[in-house]
Design a protein around this ligand. Structure first.
Ligand code: TLP
Length: 346
């Protein structure tokens, strides 16, 4: 059978041998009692990296965002969020279902930002009829907007606006390290203008499980209660945190390779008749492209590629998403481009 080249997501990454060894040897305790030394170490590392006073280990990016929203907002509060944000589109409506929180969606611009004027207009005043605007959430990098990184100057302008109106800012930084690598700025520049931030260990950083929620001491103390409420107290989860420590120590700088491969892939695909793609939009490890009416539909195209051992996810009737990651080499990109040519010829 042909070996698979799996570009459906960077979530498919497998732990490195060093991670597996660290997991086997991890020192463990009961984390709900605060006694897992490996989790405590990972949380301290995450807080130091993001330049926040405290951090909390959670099972997933979805849980990190949910716990953040439950901690920031009460029932009936409103959150300003992009209409393409993962938190709004892909988290099962958790904020509404579990928190009674109302999303106020604003149009995501193609670069993943929310227009400042839209935010300004959406922030509600004090009126007995209205929900209270409690929070603005941003996503960095922005998955559905070509994996675009949000730059410090933009983050500052949103933060300044939020502070002037007494509103908090949360960043879904599932791929924040892709943003730091792409922008060439330290992560502290991207975490400075947000009150809280979640980031994932289990995407490009290749750990098997886990995310971190970072913020003030008081915020994280309350978030710890909310995590317990949603069943996220994890006992001897230091086996997982051990891989996360290796991820932070060894897997950040190599993300540049994923970005270079994504760029090559985008340039190769853009030249193929039947594909609509502007490679200049690709700034990190996510490549979206459209199939023109002359080409098969996304589902047919994905099926043809899968038969040739290449997995790329449909993300619309005629839209596809390919994500580069650890385990995908430059030579794989060449194979994918050739297979795409073949799939569009037949
Ligand atoms: N994204 C996944 C899918 O859910 C779409 C992917 O394959 O990209 N924030 C962002 C920006 C994300 O992209 C994701 C996962 C999450 C949060 C949720 O992370 P998990 O899957 O750990 O709950």
């Amino acid at each position: 059978m042909t070996a698979k080249i799996d570009l459906r997501s960077d979530t498919v990454t497998l732990p490195t041998p060093q991670m597996r060894e660290a997991m086997a040897n991890a020192e463990l305790g009961d984390d709900v009692m605060g006694e897992d030394p490996t989790i405590n170490r990972l949380e301290e590392m995450a807080a130091a990296r993001t330049n926040k006073p405290a951090a909390l280990f959670v099972s997933s990016g979805t849980m990190g965002n949910l716990v953040a929203l439950l901690t920031h907002c009460g029932r009936g509060d409103e959150v300003i969020v992009g209409d393409k944000a993962h938190t709004f589109v892909n988290e099962v409506g958790g904020m509404a279902a579990l928190g009674g929180i109302q999303p106020r969606t604003l149009v995501n611009q193609p670069d993943g930002t929310l227009a400042l004027e839209d935010i300004r207009t959406a922030i509600r005043g004090d009126n007995v009829h209205w929900p209270r605007t409690r929070l603005i959430t941003l996503e960095n990098t922005h998955n559905a907007c070509n994996g675009s990184p949000l730059a410090p100057a933009y983050l500052w302008s949103v933060y300044e606006l939020a502070k002037a109106r007494g509103i908090k800012v949360h960043t879904d930084g599932a791929r924040i390290f892709n943003a730091t690598v792409a922008l060439g700025v330290p992560i502290s520049e991207l975490t400075r203008y947000t009150d809280t931030l979640s980031f994932c260990l289990s995407k490009g950083l290749s750990a098997p499980v886990g995310s971190l929620l970072c913020g003030s001491q008081d915020f994280i103390a309350e978030a710890r209660r909310q995590r317990k409420m949603v069943g996220g107290g994890m006992r001897q989860a230091g086996v997982l945190a051990a891989a996360g420590i290796v991820a932070l120590e060894t897997m950040v700088d190599r993300l540049a390779e994923d970005h270079a491969n994504a760029k090559l892939l985008a340039e190769g695909l853009a030249d193929i008749p039947g594909i609509d793609l502007d490679p200049s939009c690709v700034k990190t490890n996510i490549v979206f492209f459209n199939l023109l009416p002359s080409a098969p539909t996304a589902a047919q195209f994905a099926q043809r590629l899968a038969e040739a051992g290449v997995l790329i996810g449909p993300s619309g009737e005629r839209r596809m998403r390919a994500v580069t990651h650890y385990g995908i080499e430059r030579r794989d990109v060449d194979v994918v481009i050739n297979e795409v040519k073949r799939a569009l010829k037949t």
